[in-house]
Design a protein around this ligand. Structure first.
Ligand code: PLP
Length: 417
């Protein structure tokens, strides 16, 4: 390129999103070889066992039954009041913390991450995330002049590495006096890890300890994008109660998304939920996020908000929705069980999986593995330090077959390296 027209801060590499690129290759292979002969484990969306995108009936019958004006109208900047009430119920279930809480609608969970990073860091600040992470955390940060630092997510035993988290968190706090840390749990993307209730206690002890210095600002952003697919019943929501009566300089933001739990990926709806022991600070949160919303996307998707509040206002619809969630979760858990057991049986080591859409295998040359696998018509995503297999997108039968193919490719690459 001889000259640039975009401003310095807006100049980024000219490259396509790698996930959509590999997914495009999978689609081509399906067209050529038929879908029964291709394993497409690239995309983070739930597909049924016949390879069709799963779209929840309870959700789409509600959406299509809405009067046009409830879909067409603008939503208020903060979101419709009924939606915001429903979001709190949907997110916390029986485990709403004893605290002041304010929610604000966002376009997808992504909007809540943007709010958290942008509004709770200063320019040039560094945020703290795990070394296995959803890449938009970095994209959002670099877009607005923030940096990311990673702690090591797992210890030798395959549990949350509290030692590494503490070390990085305290060093950053000493440097900045303000730290935003993002934890994507339960059902972490890409590993499928869920922080246990005991691990939450240890994490919160570290954060509370930092908050003893009243000049410090501690911000915990919990990305719950996959929460509806985690654990049995509401067990993976228990940790929310731990956000009761926190020190006022420890502010919690929940990133909530309708994309996965309502199979509404393209409808762009979610929320940022602020939690504090001080009412002024949740009001400050709400107005700060409303300003950002206005500046970035104006308001959220009215039709998605109305769908959720209509479901929550009607016990019959809510039961139908909840039953569908349970069915989908069971399907996903069955696939995970099959993949993990098969991998164990043949000696393919996966990262510790507990819940969710993805299973990840650490590898020093992930791109090579990904490209080699395409020769077997198996498509998955390469990350910086491993490969991610989307069980959400693949039938149980293919989840049984895939580990042996992956193991073979890794073993073969090992012998030529
Ligand atoms: N957080 C994680 C870890 C995700 O994987 C996703 C979606 O892929 C999101 C947040 C938010 O997604 P959306 O903006 O589509 O709701």
């Amino acid at each position: 390129m001889s000259i640039n027209m975009v401003a310095d801060h807006a100049r980024w590499p000219i490259a396509n999103d790698p996930i959509f690129e590999i997914s495009g290759k999978a689609k081509k292979a399906i067209a050529e070889h038929g879908k029964e002969n291709v394993i497409d484990a690239t995309l983070g969306a739930l597909y049924d066992d016949n390879g069709n995108l799963l779209c929840m009936n309870s959700v789409y019958s509600t959406l299509k039954g809405l009067p046009n004006e409830k879909i067409a109208a603008y939503a208020p900047l903060a979101g419709t009041p009924d939606y915001l009430k429903s979001v709190e119920k949907a997110c916390f279930g029986d485990y709403k913390p004893n605290a002041y809480i304010r929610a604000i609608a966002t376009p997808g969970g992504t909007g809540s991450i943007k709010h958290g990073i942008c509004n709770y860091t200063n320019e040039g600040d560094t945020i703290l995330i795990a070394d296995w992470f959803w890449s938009p955390y970095n994209t959002i940060s670099e877009e607005i002049g923030r940096k990311v630092e990673c702690f090591t997510m797992f210890n030798e035993e395959g549990n949350f590495n509290i030692v590494s988290f503490k070390e990085h968190f305290e060093a950053l706090m000493a440097k900045q006096g303000r730290v935003v840390t993002i934890l994507n749990t339960p059902a972490h993307n890409p590993t499928g890890y869920s922080v246990s209730d005991e691990e939450w206690d240890e994490i919160l002890n570290i954060l509370k300890n930092a908050a003893k210095n009243t000049d410090n600002r501690v911000i915990l952003l919990v990305d719950t994008a996959y929460i509806d697919y985690a654990g049995q019943g509401q067990e993976r929501r228990k940790f929310f109660k731990k956000f009761s009566n926190l020190p006022e300089n420890l502010f919690v933001i929940i990133g909530y998304s309708m994309s996965k739990g309502y199979t509404m990926y393209g409808m762009r709806s979610g929320a940022a939920i602020g939690i504090s022991s001080n009412e002024d600070l949740v009001i400050e949160f709400q107005y700060s996020c409303m300003h950002s919303g206005r500046a970035n996307w104006s308001n959220g998707t009215r039709g998605a908000m109305e769908t959720m509040s209509t479901i929550y206002a009607d016990p019959e619809k809510l039961t139908a929705y909840q039953n569908e969630v349970v069915t989908n979760k069971k399907m996903l858990q069955e696939r995970a069980k099959i993949f993990v057991e098969e991998a164990k049986k043949i000696g393919l080591k996966t990262l510790p999986y507990r819940d969710g859409f993805f299973i990840t295998i650490a590898h020093p040359e992930p791109k090579k593995v990904m490209n080699e696998l395409t020769k077997y018509n198996l498509f998955l995503v390469s990350l910086k330090k491993g490969i991610r297999f989307a069980i959400c997108a693949v039938s149980s039968e293919k989840c049984r077959k895939a580990p042996a193919i992956i193991k073979k490719v890794i073993d073969d690459l090992g012998s030529v390296r």
